[in-house]
Design a protein around this ligand. Structure first.
Ligand SMILES: NC(=O)c1ccc[n+]([C@@H]2O[C@H](COP(=O)([O-])OP(=O)(O)OC[C@H]3O[C@@H](n4cnc5c(N)ncnc54)[C@H](OP(=O)(O)O)[C@@H]3O)[C@@H](O)[C@H]2O)c1
Length: 288
């Protein structure tokens, strides 16, 4: 890839950022489509977020992915956000359109696409979502439109209840929120078709942890874990052993990235190229 005076710059901002997989995925896609774009990672401290976004405007940076801890705080620096980002109060993608900064959130649609691609469509199904943090909220928003029934359990129960109330009022669907206790997970799982872990439980370096006991898992269950490090979490290993359909966090990562790519370039993302780049980086054995 030759960098010229016309090369468009995209990147990801976050803190920490060294672990990010976005550059490998997006640069592979730009190269494959011979697009004159480059993707970089920028470590931006919380206290410097405003300066970073001013810098985006001043330097004419074309697009950004926004990750922890800036997804919510970035909203106030943008000119406009789409309806999803507005509902969530959270942005993971910024487009610089002729100096106007537009915000989007592609996390929820990314998760939904990963589910569908793996034969785990939530349409009309009973879905149990663990977590009510940033990623969980985006997934809940996408799921609430499609699922027959959505149950959200979170360690801090008030966050789950608030989210469920908001979603049921918005979509007129049955969305229930509650505390993430062992007995609540067991009870809710009994009549669920799809389970999504959107907490950080099971993430390296605590890869042996899971919120779900192996004996509660069944072959007719679809289990998605959005944690992608490790690529196969304890939950997924146990779900696979129980004969359930499993979907790893790499799928959501891929499709939220593909949606961001399309926002910046206006062309269809080369999903298979991006998937290969991502899975190469994550290591073999990745699912989704
Ligand atoms: N695959 C992808 O594309 C993708 C995208 C975004 C994030 N992720 C992954 O998703 C995970 C969550 O990210 P996030 O941005 O949503 O983080 P976040 O906003 O900090 O939320 C963390 C969530 O995990 C829960 N939690 C943390 N420790 C727990 C514990 N010991 N027991 C029970 N619940 C616990 C929190 O509950 P409380 O509210 O009670 O604290 C909260 O619901 C991370 O592992 C992240 O890497 C993956």
């Amino acid at each position: 890839m030759e960098i010229s005076g016309k090369t468009r710059v995209c990147g990801v901002i976050g803190d920490p950022i060294e672990h990010t997989l976005s550059p490998v995925m997006h640069n592979a896609a730009f190269k494959h489509l011979k697009l004159d774009f480059v993707f970089l990672a920028f470590r931006v401290k919380a206290s410097e977020l405003g300066d970073a976004i001013c810098g985006m405007r001043g330097l004419g940076v074309h697009g950004l992915n926004v990750t922890m801890p800036h997804k919510d705080a970035v909203v106030e620096y943008l000119d406009e956000v789409d309806s999803t980002a507005k509902f969530l109060g959270s942005v993971n993608t910024v487009l610089n359109r002729d100096g106007r900064l537009l915000g989007f959130n592609t996390d929820g649609t990314g998760a939904l696409k990963a589910l569908r691609e793996n034969g785990a469509s939530p349409d009309g199904k009973k879905v149990l979502l663990l977590g009510a943090g940033g990623a969980a909220k985006a997934i809940a928003y996408a799921l609430a439109k499609e699922a027959g029934e959505l149950r959200v359990l979170n360690r801090s129960s008030e966050k789950a209840e608030e989210l469920a109330g908001l979603l049921s009022r918005t979509f007129g669907k049955k969305v229930v929120g509650g505390a993430l206790s062992s007995s609540a997970v067991q009870r809710s799982l009994r009549d669920s078709d799809v389970l999504v872990n959107a907490t950080s439980v099971g993430m390296d370096p605590n890869a042996k942890q899971s919120l779900v006991s192996p004996q509660w898992l069944r072959p007719d269950l679809c289990v998605m874990d959005i944690v992608y490090s490790p690529v196969e979490t304890e939950l997924l290993k146990e779900a696979k052993a129980a004969g359930a359909r499993v979907i790893g966090g790499a799928g959501m990562l891929l499709y939220q990235g593909a949606a961001s790519f399309e926002v910046w370039t206006g062309v269809s993302a080369p999903v298979e190229v991006m998937r290969r780049a991502l899975l190469n980086k994550l290591g073999s054995g990745a699912t989704g």
